[in-house]
Every structure is written in C-alpha cells, then in structure tokens.
Design a protein around this ligand. Structure first.
Ligand code: NAD
Ligand code: DAU
Length: 361
C-alpha cells in the first residue's frame, strides 16, 4: 500500500482531492496534513473521515522539525502539496503569513522528501535511479504567478513569471524552489498552475461564495473598482481530475497549466449570480442586482488571467467536463442546501469544534 501525503486537505480544493483519492484508490493510504487555519474545515470531509485508508494529522508545515518527524514516521511515497495561505486580499494586509506558509512551509516539505527519498543526505546530486521508485512531489500552484494580461493573449507554461501580489509572489517563489530541487537534487517534482476554482466548500471570502451568501442575506455585493477585471473560472472537480491525471501520468520535472477557457468579467459574473439567486429564492427579476455596490479597488489588482491548457489537453487528454452555467447553478444549489456549513463558518462555530477535537490533545 502506498502512503500519500496531501497537505491542506481540509481546505477548499484539498478536501476535494482527499475525497477523490480516498474513494478511488483503496490501495493508497491518504494522510491529510492540515494546520486548520481559518480556511481549514474538517466538516468538508465528514463523508470520508471514517474510511480505513484515511488519516488526519493536525500540524503546521512551517514547523520543520515536525515535518521531518512526520516523513520519517510515514515514509511517504508521494506528496500532493496544497497547503497555503490562498486569499489575495489577506496577503495585502498580512504578507508574512504567506511568506512563512507558502515559501518556508514548501521548503520544509521539499527537504523532508529529499531526506527520505534520496540517498545522498549531504547535498550532493542524487542518484538518478532513486527517481525510478515512483516517488513524486506534486506542487499545486496558481496562474497568478504569470502576472496580469491585457485584453489579448493567454498564459502558457513558457510565460515568464511576473507575480504582482504578496500571495502570487509567495507562490511564484515556491514554484521556483520546487524546480530548483528538481535541477539540483533530482527530486521528482511536478507543478501545475491553475486558474480560479469554484464549487462546493469554498470559503465564503472568495468572490462566488461571498456573493451567494450576501445575496441570501440581503447584504451588499462588494465589486472592486468597476468590475472590469477578468478571471478564468474552473469547476473544482475538473481541477481535481486534472490533479489525479497529472499525479499519475505527468512527466517529472514538467509544469502543466490548468484552466477552464471560461473568462468572465467580475461584474458580469456577479450579475449572473444575481439572476440565478432571484430564481432560486423566488425574488422578483432584478431584485438581487440592487445589492451590487462598487467599492475601492484591490491594491495592484491584476486585470486579466487566461490560461492556455493545451499542453495538458494534448499530452494527458484532460478537458473540463462542466459548462460554467451548469456549474454555477450547482454551486448555488450546494450553498443553499448546506446552510449549516455556511452558518458555522460565518458564526465561527466550525473552529470551536477543532478546539475540542485537536488543540487540547
Ligand atoms: P484554502 O485556503 O481553501 O485551503 C488551504 C488549506 O491549507 C486550509 O485547510 C488551511 O488550514 C491549510 N493550511 C494553511 N496554512 C497551513 C500551514 N502552515 N500548515 C498546514 N496547513 C496549512 O485554499 P484553496 O483555495 O483550497 O487552495 C489550495 C491550493 O491551491 C493553494 O496552494 C492555492 O495556492 C492553490 N490554488 C488555488 C486556486 C483557487 O482558485 N482557490 C487556484 C489555483 C491554485
Ligand atoms: O487565479 C487563481 C487564484 O484565484 C488562486 O490562486 C487564489 O488562491 C484564489 O483566491 C483566486 O484569486 P482571486 O483573487 O482571483 O479570487 P477572489 O475570489 O478573491 O477574487 C476574484 C475576483 O473578484 C478578483 O478580480 C477580485 C474580485 N473581487 C473579489 C472579492 C473577494 C471583488 O470584486 N469583490 C470581492 O469582494
């Protein structure tokens, strides 16, 4: 049985990755390592927590000693690294958390993997045949490392990095370090850079769940600037299918871009959400749109992201499965049905659970 470490598995995308791996691969033991920051929520994983091939470990990737001990104990065969501080607005207010988790935390994981997977512990280049043992360090990253596009063009895997927020700079930095461990130590790494995800279990600070929650509660919908910024939205389960494919069939040392080919101006997206919510809540047409409020723009707000995922499509046969209109409606339905999940977050109740379950241990 292979033991796979998934970091950040209590978060939005991580919980979908954990679920797919636990359910699809009964011959893998999945260890979910998560610090349970404000963004971590074990309620995301209630349906898998009792599975025999699943284990949760509470811990901080910034704690290098703890990470080394964990790797020595479990002797992981593979790592899928999602743990991160992920919200751009928070990185503008408090960059240091992003530097610590996204950069230092990633280096701790790389060192620990190198230590247990490689013969040479003294920094000399590792023996190539050690790679053949099927080990893999997969770093989940973002399209934001490429910077901001004008009205035309797409990010490809060859686009130069040009990160512009503390969040994207921390992710770009960790991508560079991951690649450095491949070139310097032969550590078998893979990176993917994905566009904006949406779907069930996304923390309601991000645009789509924030708007769903605010529309429901008749609160203002804060649209930054004029709402002209463009994002490429991808159904989270399509991202997770890509992760599965890349983890198992991707080429060591390579980077893969993942995107939905689905660009929306923020204002058009918010209006679309309003239309769906009017129908779902039985409101008069146009009622929810009245909540739209233009607010001060995000500092350094990137204008447009658009991903060319041609390499992933051609080489590994991936393509997104869900049309955005359908995915958005499914997402709205999920949030309306899972009122308790949402209310536990907005009230802070979900974190009290951790105090009892884990912190006091
Ligand atoms: P999230 O904020 O929902 O979840 C992050 C998880 O990491 C949480 O469970 C949190 O508790 C955990 N975590 C944070 N700091 C930690 C630490 N020091 N030690 C251990 N665990 C820690 O994030 P997400 O949106 O699910 O994103 C997951 C990954 O995917 C991130 O690396 C992000 O950069 C990347 N990504 C996200 C998107 C997106 O649209 N959300 C798109 C592309 C790439
Ligand atoms: O592109 C991938 C990235 O997508 C991921 O790497 C990040 O982890 C993820 O958070 C996301 O970043 P964004 O900044 O694009 O997502 P967010 O939902 O915060 O914002 C989407 C767009 O909506 C962005 O242009 C800012 C705008 N916005 C956001 C919020 C929260 C608003 O206009 N109002 C808001 O209240």
């Amino acid at each position: 049985m292979k033991t796979i470490l998934i970091t950040g598995g209590a978060g939005f995308i991580g919980s979908h990755v954990v679920r797919l791996f636990v359910k699809k691969y009964s011959d893998y033991k999945i260890v979910n390592l998560d610090k349970l920051t404000y963004a971590g929520n074990l309620a995301n994983l209630e349906d898998v927590e009792k599975e025999k091939n699943y284990e949760f470990v509470k811990g901080d990737i910034v704690d290098g000693e703890f990470i080394n001990t964990l790797f020595t104990k479990y002797k992981f065969d593979g790592v899928i690294h999602l743990a991160a501080e992920s919200h751009v607005d928070r990185s503008i207010v408090n960059p240091m958390d992003f530097i610590m988790t996204n950069i230092v935390g990633t280096v701790n994981l790389l060192n620990a993997a190198k230590n247990i997977w490689m013969e040479n512990m003294d920094g000399k280049p590792c023996l190539p045949d050690r790679q053949a043992a099927g080990r893999k360090f997969y770093h989940i990253s973002t399209d934001e490392v490429y910077g901001s596009l004008g009205k035309e063009g797409f990010f490809t895997e060859k686009t130069s990095y040009d990160p512009r927020s503390p969040y994207s700079a921390s992710k770009a930095s960790s991508d560079h370090i991951v690649r450095a461990y491949f070139h310097t130590y032969n550590l078998p790494v893979i990176i993917s850079n994905c566009s904006n995800n949406y779907g069930a279990n996304q923390f309601p600070e991000k645009l789509i769940p924030l708007c769903i929650n605010n529309i429901k509660n008749n609160k203002p919908l804060p649209v930054y600037g004029k709402g002209e910024n463009v994002r490429d939205w991808l159904w989270v389960e399509d991202h997770v299918n890509a992760i599965d494919l890349i983890y198992h069939s991707g080429k060591t040392g390579e980077t893969y871009n993942i995107g939905g080919n689905n660009e929306w101006k923020n204002i058009d997206l918010v209006k679309q959400l309003c239309r769906i919510m009017d129908i779902k809540l039985g409101r008069a047409k146009g009622e929810s749109e009245k909540l739209i409020t233009f607010v001060k723009d995000r500092a350094g707000h990137d204008l447009r992201y658009a991903i060319d995922s041609g390499k992933l499509q051609k080489e590994l046969g991936w393509s997104p499965s869900l049309q955005f209109e359908e995915g958005l409606e499914k997402t709205v339905d999920w949030y309306l049905k899972n009122e308790k999940w949402l209310n536990n977050i907005t009230s802070g109740e979900y974190q009290k659970y951790y105090d009892n379950q884990y912190v006091k241990r």
